[in-house]
Design a protein around this ligand. Sequence first.
Ligand code: GLU
Length: 398
Amino acid sequence: MKNLSDRINAIEESATLAMAAKAREFKSRGIDVINLSLGEPDFKTPQFICDAAKQAIDTGTFFSYPPVAGYQDLREALALKYQNENNVPYKAENIVVSNGAKQSIANVMLALLNPGDEVIVFSPYWVSYDALVRLCEATPVLVKGTIENDFKATAEQVEKAITSKTKALIFSSPCNPTGSVFSRKELEAIAAVVLKHEGLLVIADEIYEHINFTGERVSLASLPGMFERTITVNGFAKGFAMTGWRVGYIAAPKWIADGSNKVQGQITSANCSISQRGALAAIVGDLASTNTMVEAYHKRRDIVYNLLKDINGVKANYPQGAFYFFPDVSSFYGKSDGARTIKNGDDFCLFMLEVANVSLVPGSAFGDDNCVRISYAASEKELIEAMRRMKETLAKLK
Ligand code: GLU
């Protein structure tokens, strides 16, 4: 009998990765698909990072298991980065390096959550937050932002959602999938609510910290009283174009870092040695390459915004960071091109893939079926062509 656990039956396949796989499959059949589904920089990893990794191989000293929490020099460099750039006094003992920020979040949740605990998930949320909470047999409690409010949950909403079972809050800023960025004032208001409740924790995902067009970068853990209450999540994939290297990390109070370390020691032993040497070069190097990529994203944000505005029936907010749009396309639901009727975001994305050959991710995966996610981590040429195809194809829906 094929009998998977209730835990695994309770979650879905990652929609972002599933859509990316579908786009790849179309491409392998010779179809010219523009893939705007996966949140993956279209840039190559900067050369100085690749050189450091090559050198690490050549020295012949990085072949054995690294320490579970990561190499000491990398953890020290990450702590120093948080002290200098983010104004948070982390030390190496607060850092655990993992196989991508996704594993960092999984480690933390496995270390903290008991069945029946509640986790407040700001919605729209990144697809795996909700799934990982459920994998831990805890309950996600969604606090929903609206497009009118730039998709941001408010401190008042958080306050109302807190119960005696609430263990933690989780959100990303800059946000995947909406591109919203919480201001200092908004974060202070959330912190004030959290601090009223003893033991309440926040998992603050800062993986998009560099891709922020507001000019203001605030780490939640830097706010008064929040060091002890915050698990900061970060990684190298987005800011340094290192998705495949799989290097993420947490910075957290020592007892939580120790708990995560214990999980990691049983699950993966440690993050790949060579990837860590590349990550060390990235973190001690200057941010020139990162800044060049961020400038390109900034420009693309405006290109896509102007083209999206020009498509009848699409309602988009103006994202302030990350590299996503999360437009409301619900005005097309119930419409048909004569051959098929679009009932929801899943149908919309399938229609876009099959007819326009543009790959997107349905908003249902992020908690809002009225929307779809567009990643603009693609070339200007591809983005302009994708928007043209979308506009032309959507005009066929009546
Ligand atoms: N974080 C990226 C995304 O949302 C990568 C895919 C994933 O890990 O879900 O597309």
